[in-house]
Design a protein around this ligand. Structure first.
Ligand SMILES: [Zn+2]
Length: 448
């Protein structure tokens, strides 16, 4: 019988875009399916320049941004792509978490291929579809339970919760006929669910795995400052203590932990946290799936309100949140009562809000990768124009280099495949058994 194999169709020398295929005899499973963040996709497509909705696969295949595979894509996605539709040759797609670089291309996948994901991740994708133009397509959705194995042909997959900058993230133990592959997805050790990450890697070590497919976002040289989630809380507390004016913050839209941190800090400082209708909708959607009190719920949580931008049109889903939303006039008049979460795309609100000069702006996201980042430049132009003071306070969604190498040493796999990193060679210098994956090559699993 043919040896099971591991193939990397994305996430090779790039951050994001993991597309990992495990094949065991006739059974073929795909782990994650989204665009890479850096740099490939952005060489051709940016916010204002997107693949056409009438020929998405064609427009991505043109630049090699999508693997040229048969038996995976839907007829609709393949329209005009020069790649014939074939009956599915993949038997399952597993999604580790709801970030775009792991789930963003699901819409292209044939609807008859089952998609496995956590119930929380399913809920997040639903909330994103309701409140943004993003689409994931129709699928045979299969909801996973923590640590409960599922079988796809001869392969057994066990989903373990891990801590990441979006809730409901999973790492997977993938048991093939020749041994186990550990697929980490994205994870960290310094967030509120660190115990989950530890438990996953303990289970992974007990498995005596043949292969460890590990993310390495922060494996290389990284001078950017990183705090723990608690560290962010302490710094926001200190800032709110020092300032008596409107304070602004911007976060990743799905970073529920950060929103909780900002909320707690605002309350402690006797302020109200103001969020967008989209964030309010997200919190309402995920709250029932999290332990009570984990996230503030709009409508019931004290000191949490929605900020209502002036709009010409509103969507049906946001109307309930807008009924009691606060206006820019109110926020401007009583700025010291508020911590306002304001995305870069909504910066024109500053023209009405006019915070006093010297008011703080908390950038609670990654610092830009490059020195010449246009969004970063534009953000600073706005902050300078209004005399706002920039404060960087962020806890990354990813483990540090030393933590990554420590994990490899504790899990002791036969082979380590670093993915989701621009610096896979950093692993070679630090630990043994590393194989730098090449795009599209099939690596045998087991046979030690
Ligand atoms: Zn992620």
């Amino acid at each position: 019988m043919a040896t099971p194999t591991l193939t990397f169709l994305g996430g090779v020398r790039e951050i994001g875009g993991n597309k990992v295929v495990v094949q065991d005899g006739p059974d073929r499973l795909l782990f994650d399916f989204g665009p890479s963040f850096s740099p490939q996709l952005e060489q051709y497509y940016v916010e204002y320049l997107k693949p056409r909705s009438t020929s998405p696969a064609k427009d991505l295949l043109e630049f090699g941004l999508l693997p040229r595979l048969e038996g995976l894509y839907s007829r609709e996605a393949l329209a005009d792509a020069g790649l014939a539709w074939k009956a599915p040759e993949f038997h399952a797609v597993f999604v580790s978490h709801a970030h775009a670089d792991h789930a963003g291309y699901l819409e292209l996948i044939d609807p008859s291929i089952p998609v496995y994901l956590g119930s929380g991740t399913r809920e997040l994708l639903r909330a994103i579809e309701t409140s943004t133009p993003m689409r994931y397509g129709d699928h045979a959705w299969r909801v996973l339970d923590d640590r409960r194995p599922v079988r796809v042909g001869r392969v057994e997959v066990v989903p373990y919760p891990v801590d990441h900058s979006v809730p409901f993230a999973y790492g997977f133990l993938v048991r093939t006929s020749e041994g186990t592959v550990v697929y980490t997805g994205d994870f960290r050790h310094h967030g509120p669910r660190a115990v989950d990450t530890h438990a996953f890697f303990r289970a992974a070590a007990e498995e005596r795995p043949e292969a460890l497919v590990i993310e390495g976002t922060r494996a290389g040289p990284d001078s950017r400052r990183n705090l723990s989630e608690e560290g962010v809380r302490r710094e926001v507390d200190r800032l709110l203590e020092r300032h008596r004016s409107l304070t602004l913050a911007c976060t990743y839209p799905r970073d529920v932990d950060r929103l909780s941190t900002l909320y707690s800090a605002a309350r402690a400082a006797e302020r109200t946290l103001l969020v967008s209708p989209r964030t309010a909708h997200l919190l309402v959607s995920v709250a029932p799936l999290l332990p009570p009190g984990t996230v503030p719920v709009p409508g019931t949580a004290a000191d949490l309100k929605v900020y209502g931008r002036k709009r010409k049109r509103t969507y049906l889903w946001e109307r309930p949140f807008l009924e009691e939303a606060l206006s820019s006039e109110e926020v401007r008049a009583h700025g010291r009562n508020y911590l306002l979460s304001l995305d870069l795309v909504h910066f024109p609100e500053l023209i009405d809000l006019r915070p006093p000069k010297g008011s703080p702006f908390i950038h609670s996201m990654s610092e830009p990768f490059s020195e010449d980042d246009i969004n970063d430049r534009v953000m600073h132009n706005w902050l300078d124009h209004f005399g706002l003071v920039f404060h960087q306070m962020h806890a990354s969604g990813h483990a540090s280099a030393s933590e990554l190498f420590e994990i490899v040493r504790s899990v002791r796999p036969s082979v380590v495949y670093p993915v989701h990193t621009e610096h896979p060679e950093a692993f070679v210098e630090a630990v043994s058994g590393v194989r730098l994956p090449e795009l599209g090559r099939a690596y045998p699993i087991g046979g030690r």
